[in-house]
Design a protein around this ligand. Structure first.
Ligand code: TXA
Ligand code: MG
Length: 355
């Protein structure tokens, strides 16, 4: 598309969404859309983000409208290089630079005190800012070409599963974005670890691929855990990361009986389990999940989305192991469970409570 891009964005004439690949030319095109105040969905190693230039309050406001996200929920600013934190944050502790050197580019978001230059729109009015250098060649090329920090939440409607492919983004947001860069499926598959370094004891506000154990050595102490009253972390409200279909977490031995009960009162149902079904059952879409946490995390949101689109009554998920490597996965599954409302017949409630 040629012509005057800022004028096209202002008049809405760019509003038929462009799906771009990851050639240099396409990344340049997406960067031009960002510079002109448009919205670009782009791949990161964790999940797809919905980006706007972070120094343009109008563009950032459009992110909230596209997602249906409340205005007081802060956004993460994505940077091309770690040394850019000096511009976005103040009173930066040395440990933040150590962590950035060790884990960036990568799935770690640092919460720091914000610099005066940062707009309230990005931080939801808070005195802190979330910063991250993503580890994805398309994201890094886009950030470099844009030459600005890019504010980007996950590219889903508020409260829904984060997208891990360009198709997921299209299904979530469609023409609400100006362009989607397709960089394939995300390699990590769950949102970044969020570490609060803005004061007091460092705290993990959201678990992710970089575990509290991995952070303990550079921090020289185990980080604290986030709590439900952590400052406005949408992931900390129970309705987050939820598919539309009710989800129930069950121990492995509970799966078989639950499947039988549900099928006897009518299907279909979906199961995400760590082992194959003992007996295949018609009406039960059984998915055997990867046994390693990285492989599991990579496909989890795609599997939940698939189950969500098959009109099943309920998604039963085998509870993953209770070890640190599975912590982020357990966290997202528990939120998916909390966010799900049982359907009219209360099917899943019945299964869980045995009533
Ligand atoms: O992996 C990720 O972090 C992805 C990719 C796109 O980078 N982004 C992402 O953004 O998950 P979002 O907005 O869906 O989740 C970011 C979380 C939110 O829960 C938000 O409240 C929290 O980061 N956050 C951002 N700035 C914050 C701040 N200043 N203080 C506390 N939490 C903050
Ligand atoms: Mg999100």
């Amino acid at each position: 598309m040629g012509g005057d891009l800022p004028a096209q964005l202002a008049t809405g004439s760019v509003k038929s969404m462009e799906l771009l690949g990851f050639s240099l030319h396409e990344i340049e095109r997406a960067a031009a859309i960002l510079r002109a105040g448009g919205l670009v969905a782009f791949p990161t190693e964790t999940v797809y983000g919905l980006g706007a230039r972070a120094d343009d309050a109008r563009a950032v406001t459009a992110i909230f409208a596209a997602k249906g996200r409340p205005a007081d929920h802060p956004l993460i600013v994505h940077l091309a290089r770690a040394d850019e934190i000096e511009r976005w944050a103040r009173d930066i502790p040395d440990v933040a630079r150590d962590l950035a050197a060790r884990f960036w580019p990568g799935p770690l978001t640092l919460i720091l005190k914000r610099s005066r230059f940062v707009s309230d729109v990005v931080t939801g009015g808070q005195d802190t800012i979330g910063l991250r250098v993503p580890n994805h060649p398309v994201a890094l090329a886009l950030l470099q070409a844009t030459g600005e920090g890019v504010a980007a939440p996950s590219a889903n409607r508020f409260g829904r599963l984060s997208p891990t492919t360009a198709d997921h983004v299209r299904a979530e947001l469609g023409d609400a974005v100006d362009c989607i860069l397709d960089g394939g499926a995300c390699s990590v598959g769950l949102e970044s670890t969020i570490l609060d370094l803005s004061g007091g004891r460092p705290r993990v506000l959201r678990p992710g691929a970089i575990t509290a154990d991995a952070l303990a050595e550079p921090l020289r102490a185990s980080p604290g855990a986030g709590t439900e009253d952590a400052p406005r972390v949408p992931g900390s409200c129970p309705a987050h990361y939820a598919p539309g279909t009710p989800v129930r977490l069950l121990e492995a031995p509970e799966l078989g009986p639950a499947v039988s009960t549900l099928l006897s009162s009518g299907g279909p149902i979906a199961v995400l389990a760590l082992r194959a079904p003992l007996v295949p059952a018609p009406g039960c879409e059984w998915r055997t999940m990867p046994a390693d946490p990285s492989g599991y995390a990579r496909v989890l949101y795609a599997r939940l989305r698939e189950a969500d689109t098959t009109a099943c009554r309920c998604i039963l998920v085998e509870r993953p192991p209770d070890t640190i490597e599975w912590e982020a996965i357990r966290d997202r599954l528990e939120r998916a469970t909390a966010g799900a409302t049982p359907n009219k017949r209360g099917d899943c409630e019945d299964v869980c409570t045995g009533t």
